[in-house]
Design a protein around this ligand. Structure first.
Ligand code: NDP
Length: 254
């Protein structure tokens, strides 16, 4: 059974893998044997993330990319092809939010959230498809959110984009099953990262509400997402596709 989770010889690309949940998953995938490519925008963060991965014994490199830019995404996947000749695992993790009431959103703010959270998933999955077809199989892991299910008054575009990821995941799963590509969504609960530090600062009482409503009684950590990433990237999940899996300490059932 241990071999089922072994990712040796697999190439994994993690968007936004230079921090937070993406880095937690990158580390888990790398420790399971995969070669990791992290793709983010901030060079300092990427350099620090690479040092962390490499000091944990993970084979890793960084290819800078703004995943909202179609041409940049095409260049990123062309580089992956040139350097590795294949791609086995894609984690669409990059994400962001704008916190304000729906009536106060500008169109640019709305489009900005949609571009980074949802359109990037389309751009990266589309660019990954030929590489995975060529490899004869593939695993795509789309990071949605428990806000794919629940609404939040201060995050309308975020909720819409994350709900969209779940539906897009189902469509990809059906379309690409014949190519032996499994596509699944992960719905993290409240995880302690830069993203939620911002939310805690802006939303009064959030910390207390999260603790009270999460049966596990704590915030999640990026490491809490490593196991699900390894499972969904490995042969252990070959018959799992189109799923939306909460990793939330029980928040969504409480
Ligand atoms: P962070 O803010 O810590 O990380 C977000 C990452 O996305 C950063 O590494 C950032 O890299 C990258 N990123 C943002 N915009 C772009 C872009 N245009 N191009 C490339 N990379 C980009 O947040 P989290 O780790 O918390 O979030 C990771 C994912 O998990 C997101 O999709 C988020 O929505 C989701 N999520 C998080 C939850 C939480 O409680 N934290 C709960 C549910 C879902 P850079 O700085 O280099 O741009």
């Amino acid at each position: 059974m241990a071999d089922t989770f072994n990712l040796t010889d697999r190439i994994a690309l993690v968007t936004g893998g230079n921090g937070g949940i993406g880095l937690g998953m990158a580390r888990g995938l790398g420790e399971a044997g995969a070669t990791i490519i992290i793709a983010g925008r901030n060079e300092e963060k990427s350099a620090a993330a690479l040092r962390e991965l490499q000091s944990a014994g993970v084979r890793a490199e960084s290819l800078p990319c703004d995943v909202t830019d179609e041409a940049a995404v095409q260049r990123l996947f062309a580089q992956v092809r040139e350097r590795h000749g294949r791609l086995d695992i894609l984690v669409n993790n990059a994400g962001a939010t704008v916190r304000k009431a729906p009536q106060d959103f500008t169109l640019d703010e709305w489009n900005g959230v949609m571009d980074v959270n949802l359109t990037s998933v389309f751009l990266c999955a589309r660019a990954a498809h030929p590489l995975m077809v060529q490899a004869g199989a593939g695993k795509i892991i789309n990071i949605a959110s428990i806000l794919s299910i629940f609404g939040a008054p201060y995050a309308p575009a975020y909720c819409a984009s994350k709900g969209g990821i779940v539906q897009f995941t189902k469509s990809l799963a059906i379309a690409w099953a014949k190519d032996r590509i499994q596509v699944n969504a992960v719905l993290p609960g409240w995880i302690d990262t830069e993203l939620t530090v911002g939310a805690r600062a802006q939303v009064a009482g959030l910390n207390e509400r999260v603790l009270a409503r999460t049966p596990a009684g704590r915030w999640g950590t990026p490491q809490d997402l490593a196991g699900i990433a390894v499972f969904l990237a490995s042969a252990a999940s070959d018959f799992v596709t189109g799923a939306a899996i909460p990793v939330d300490g029980g928040y969504s059932v409480s």
